[in-house]
Write a protein that binds this ligand. Structure first.
Ligand SMILES: O=C(O)CCC(=O)C(=O)O
Length: 295
């Protein structure tokens, strides 16, 4: 369990309603300059680390053209597990508080990533919804993105389709049965993409999108990388469904409860189950140990 400073609300009720209605939010100047500087320094450490690598690994996902002299990083995986600055920021900092404010109480951290979208052609992210990647027991999960640099329209900012979070949940497999992780061309063509909102913004601004919101981003055609630090949280009574997609491989800190406690209550088919404590980190006692109270 992690405490967050429960001081002032990070958002107004109008902003929360706007998120609930549209499935997204964009807040300018949300992260202060000192924090932003610390995040950028931590990020730069991984750029240096990448110079020693010639292929993607567990920590860094590299573009094919990556070299020591001209790094091209696609993603830092699970920054929260890689660096104390990222851990503190995502689990105790202003974005954790924002998640609590948006979800109306304690939250459960799920995963994090830092998408660099490198300069001069850093790759597009096709239209997709997140919930199919890591289904939960409800649709509360949301992802908060923090731009670590100023991002204009040329740099492939996050694009969201307002209202799509209450619409259809798409099958993101290809017709041959391969996982594609994106809407099919025909499903994408069925959407009114003229309504997409492109969330360009200055360093320190944040984007929020619900797990069902259709979103994506264009290639980065500028000369500057577009680092976007993303972290996902759900309501505390929402749980990832095991053995589907990324659930179970989202890092050692996945499941951390922020801003309160978990009552371990879950509603399944309309019936409330008061579940046992979380033994995923400490190992489960046997029923004998629990019943004899010698755990
Ligand atoms: O980096 C982006 O522009 C979008 C990232 C995203 O949607 C994802 O990684 O799921």
């Amino acid at each position: 369990m992690v405490d967050v400073d429960v001081g002032d609300q990070t958002i107004t009720s109008a902003q929360r309603e706007s998120y609930e209605r549209g499935g997204y939010l964009h807040l300018e100047a949300f992260v202060d300059l000192a924090t932003l500087d610390a995040l950028s320094k931590a990020s730069a450490e991984f750029v240096e680390l990448s110079r020693e690598l010639s292929a993607s690994g567990k920590i860094l996902d590299l573009e094919p053209g990556h070299t020591a002299d001209a790094p091209r990083i696609r993603r830092l995986n699970s920054p929260v597990d890689q660096h104390e600055t990222f851990r503190r920021f995502s689990l105790e900092g202003p974005v954790a508080k924002l998640a609590c404010d948006l979800l109306g109480g304690p939250v459960r951290y799920h995963h994090s990533k830092l998408n660099f979208k490198w300069s001069d052609g850093g790759e597009e992210v096709k239209w997709h919804q997140d919930i199919q990647f890591w289904p939960h027991t409800d649709f509360s999960p949301l992802t908060i993105g923090v731009y670590l640099a100023d991002v204009d329209d040329e740099m492939g900012p996050m694009g969201v389709l307002p209202g799509s979070h209450v619409g259809r949940l798409y099958d993101q497999y290809e017709s041959g049965g391969l996982w594609n992780g994106a809407l099919s061309d025909s499903d994408a063509e069925s959407l009114d993409l003229s309504k997409v909102v492109w969330l360009s913004g200055s360093a320190g601004s944040v984007t929020v999108h619900n797990c069902c919101t259709v979103h994506g981003s264009a290639p980065n055609n500028s000369t500057r990388p577009r680092p976007l630090l993303l972290q996902t949280y759900s309501r505390v009574d929402s749980y990832p469904v095991a053995h589907i997609g990324a659930n179970g491989v989202t890092g050692a800190l996945s499941g951390t409860v922020i801003g309160g406690q978990s009552s371990q209550r879950i509603v399944v088919q309309g019936r409330e189950v008061v579940g046992a404590p979380d033994w995923s980190r400490g190992g489960a006692p046997t029923i004998f140990g629990s019943q004899q109270q010698d755990i």
